[in-house]
Design a protein around this ligand. Sequence first.
Ligand code: PFF
Length: 448
Amino acid sequence: MSAPRGQFSSNFGFLMAAAGSAVGLGNIWGFPTNVAANGGAAFVVVYLILAFILAYPVLMAELAIGRHARRNMVQALRGISTGPVSRGAGTLAGFGGIVVASLILSFYAIVAGWMLAHLADPFVTLVGAERSAEWLTANSAARNFTFTAIFSGLTMAIIAAGVEKGIERWSTLLMPSLIILLLLLIAYVLSQPGAIAGLEAYLMPDFSELSPELMLSAMGQAFFSLSLGVGTMLIYGSYLSKQESLPRLGALVTLIDVGIAFTAGLLIVPAMYVAQEAGTQIFSDGGQLMAGPDLILQVLPALFDTMGTSGLFVAIAFFALMTIASLTSSISMLEVPVAFCIENLGLKRRPATLLVGLVIFCISSVIIFNFGALFGLVVSVSTEYGQPILGIALCIFAGWIWRRDQLLKELQEGHPDIEKTLFWKIWPWYVRLVCPLLILAAFIQSVL
Ligand code: PFF
């Protein structure tokens, strides 16, 4: 007999874990810069709409399949299949999820490693070790290798401790800390000269920027941000008690994710304008607001440098925020292959974590030493292709393959009066027809 499955001890624990997975670098870095580069509040409006009409229904499909099956993505999709063809497709999509989750983690751990190195920098500067501080902030393969290793080790330690003692415990501790740090930083940055111009750039809508590309970036952003397609939400759903209402919890996760992304914009965009006021270049030569690694790793540190000693503390708070956000997301990615190894290969949790964690770390290392050729490629294969294709597969499984009565029964668990809700009337056919077609349309447009 295999060991009993882990389970979240409370719905708050689940909420923090699922919101922790969703809230990550995608919210604090990706969203604000996407907004600033795509017509300000116009992007926010499109994003909000897409998050609720497209990402939330897919999130619900993942949660419902996971909680019903109480298994990892491969087993869950096979379990709801009704014949050999759909079972084969389930195996394929399930493995696809495991591969894409692992690939996302392999590049995410590198970026998170940058955050950790920049978090260490102010401490080293405080004790006067200038050479070490230089090493920490210069982009070298040796530094990236070291800090990716440390970050991967942290992720593995949490996952090895299990669902309740690892994922739930750390998420409930880290998520509130993240919110407090974010609010403190916003209060500080908004009190600095130049911040109001940043607020305007962030909040004033420019609807002339609305375009198919904008819609596409907003969809990609919503999918990445809600951690969809790769089975993280499915596996977290599989640890959730039948007494909780799925539509309600799913809506809360979406709200927290969107809310934190929006709030992070109140920090990042004004901080860029404060940096400009302090003499740092924030627009690229093409007149675009800087959005890539230069923004987080050069523009903002340059700003902190101008703030003297208090800048060291602001830098610590900022990079602690980024590290926490990364960690609660990375654990959810690692749980996907680890749960598979435990349930399908019969491994115990610790050896499974060690094995999978090391394999993914090896992939990260290959990327680090071939950065120019591989980093962008892995990001685009996993997030621009992998996530939307798997998202369509999940909608097809929830809408067409899974027996209707079982799907409806799963939604009723923990929500007895669900039949009176709009969700009940709309979602079952919506996830069947509208979601896959919308994702497909956006996807086709992006590859053309
Ligand atoms: N949602 C995370 C973010 O916004 O940074 C990224 C992510 C986590 C993507 C987990 C995919 C995943 F499975």
